[in-house]
Design a protein around this ligand. Structure first.
Ligand code: ZN
Length: 248
């Protein structure tokens, strides 16, 4: 608002011959850029987000958000176990409180547990940095209570980053993990279409984003794993792919 007022003053008093749009253009461009940086997880506009692993080794990682789910997580777990694959689960704190036994199982079977906020609130992006901070601490506490380890890896709810989140992440020393292949499994109910989408251009270092609550994900997971293995990819845990530490 202040910047807009200053620009308007310049327009009126210093450069009356300039059209208003030209004077306001820098402000408009900044606002567009800020909005783009907020919704595009790969932009690194507000906070660094790691979205891909090294491209010089043929490895990829599977990640699952929003669990633990009482409906599908155990099925996902079973498929991963059958194929001897380790994955990452970015869990919502309130769901951990509802299903601590599932989280324990995920951890015991060697999967990585990350923080995906406590509330996953629809207005999370509008939380103050103090509120974000509290929410992330709550999620870590719920997870730590079960697995006795404090997660260091975080996935932003809805993939949105902003200055309030950035401040909280710095304070808590959490590392943001994004993705390079977004499945859209929460909206794509057709298993053929989903499998096609996620396998159409897989590259070394790719990080897949799925949701363990989605039935369609369970349906395509065996075929996806078999495809990746047949193509010569090694499926690693995301912290191994990125060579970073998962817990404090
Ligand atoms: Zn989510």
């Amino acid at each position: 608002m202040l910047a807009g007022g200053i620009l308007l003053a310049i327009r009126l008093w210093v450069m009356p011959e300039f059209p208003l749009l030209i004077v306001l253009l820098p402000l408009i461009l900044y606002l567009v850029l800020a909005a783009w940086g907020s919704i595009r997880v790969k932009s690194n506009f507000y906070t660094p987000v790691i979205c891909k692993g090294p491209e010089n080794q043929k490895s990829v990682a599977l990640t699952f958000d929003d669990g633990p789910s009482g409906i599908n997580t155990l099925e996902v777990l079973e498929i991963l176990q059958q194929h001897k694959i380790k994955a990452a689960f970015f869990c919502i704190g309130k769901h951990v409180d509802e299903h601590p036994e599932i989280l324990q199982k995920l951890h015991e079977q060697g999967h990585l547990i990350g923080n995906h906020s406590y509330s996953h609130h629809p207005l999370f992006d509008l939380f103050t940095s103090k509120k974000v901070f509290k929410d992330l601490i709550l999620a870590n506490a719920s997870i730590e209570k079960v697995i006795r380890k404090k997660p260091l890896l975080f996935r932003p709810p809805y993939g949105v980053t902003n200055p309030m989140l950035s401040a909280a992440l710095q304070e808590l020393k959490l590392i943001s993990i994004g993705w390079s292949i977004r499945s859209f499994d929460t909206v794509l109910a057709d298993k053929e279409k989903l499998l096609k989408r996620v396998t159409r251009k897989v590259k070394s270092g790719d990080i897949f984003l799925f949701h363990d609550k989605c039935k369609v994900t369970v349906q395509i997971l065996p075929a996806l794993i078999e495809y990746l293995i047949a193509e010569g990819f090694v499926i690693e845990r995301v912290d191994d792919l990125l060579n970073i530490t998962a817990y404090a």
